[in-house]
Design a protein around this ligand. Structure first.
Ligand SMILES: Nc1nc2c(c(=O)[nH]1)N[C@@H](CN(C=O)c1ccc(C(=O)N[C@@H](CCC(=O)O)C(=O)O)cc1)CN2
Ligand SMILES: NCC(=O)N[C@@H]1O[C@H](COP(=O)([O-])[O-])[C@@H](O)[C@H]1O
Length: 204
């Protein structure tokens, strides 16, 4: 099997992108490499991370296109040109249309800062703290056409201490994400992820 090529989609800080790139460089993802960053906010810190890491970036601004579908068709061209095997969303804050979702069916995943199906969408950490739950966590899931509704691949629970703030809990979330996402991506690179209906199993 040749190199397993990954595209990361991000819109912000890029700590997950950084963790994935470092894991790949350390050989923790097997024969996988981060082949491309896709970012909808050219001034986002993640773009600088890609530059320092020597990872190609496709940057775009949705306002420059007539529709979501229009910019996603251009993104698909970029993904195909880079021979991408797996699309990894990491703080990508745009709803994907069937243009990408169908093209990369079963090869498109996302990380979300709650235990789905609780607290989907934006500001999941604030939602969880406002609700008063005692445990939240992180979910890695397949991406389908719904918002955070795809089959769940992995989850990690994180207790919420009294006096927790969105900022302090986000730090705890990021610490878990830094470990969990590279591990899940390594499962894909090894061909160990099986999806049947909504059930996901990880082979040996
Ligand atoms: N088809 C899917 N697309 C995306 C999924 C998904 O499960 N299915 N996950 C999201 C990630 N995400 C939370 O996990 C998320 C992304 C975007 C938004 C959102 O409301 N975006 C607004 C624009 C926000 C902005 O302008 O910055 C929008 O798309 O209009 C909420 C949650 C990634 N995509
Ligand atoms: N709804 C999606 C969502 O909230 N995703 C979250 O955005 C953050 C991105 O951080 P990063 O840019 O430092 O990787 C991550 O915590 C990820 O779970």
């Amino acid at each position: 099997m040749g190199v397993y090529r990954i595209a990361v989609f991000a819109s912000g800080e890029g700590s997950n992108f950084q963790a994935l790139a470092e894991a790949a460089d350390a050989g923790k993802l097997g024969k996988a490499e981060i082949a491309l960053l896709v970012c909808d906010k050219p001034s986002a810190p993640v773009v600088g991370r890609a530059g320092r890491l020597g990872i190609p970036a496709f940057l775009f601004q949705p306002k420059d296109y007539e529709s979501r579908e229009a910019y996603e068709r251009v993104i698909v061209e970029q993904l195909e040109a880079h021979g991408v095997d797996l699309v990894v969303l990491a703080g990508y804050m745009r709803l994907l249309t069937p243009v990408i979702v169908e093209k990369f069916s079963r090869r498109l995943i996302n990380i979300h800062p709650s235990l789905l199906p609780a607290f989907p969408g934006k500001d999941a950490i604030r939602q969880a703290l406002a609700y008063g739950v005692k445990v939240s966590g992180v979910t890695v899931h397949f991406v389908d056409e719904g918002m955070d509704t795809g089959p769940i691949i992995a989850q990690a629970a994180i207790p919420i201490a009294s006096g927790e703030t969105p900022e302090s809990f986000a730090q705890a979330v990021h610490a878990v994400e830094r470990e969990l996402y590279p591990e899940v991506v390594s499962w894909f690179a090894q061909g160990r992820v099986k999806l049947e209906g909504r059930q996901v199993t990880i082979g040996e």
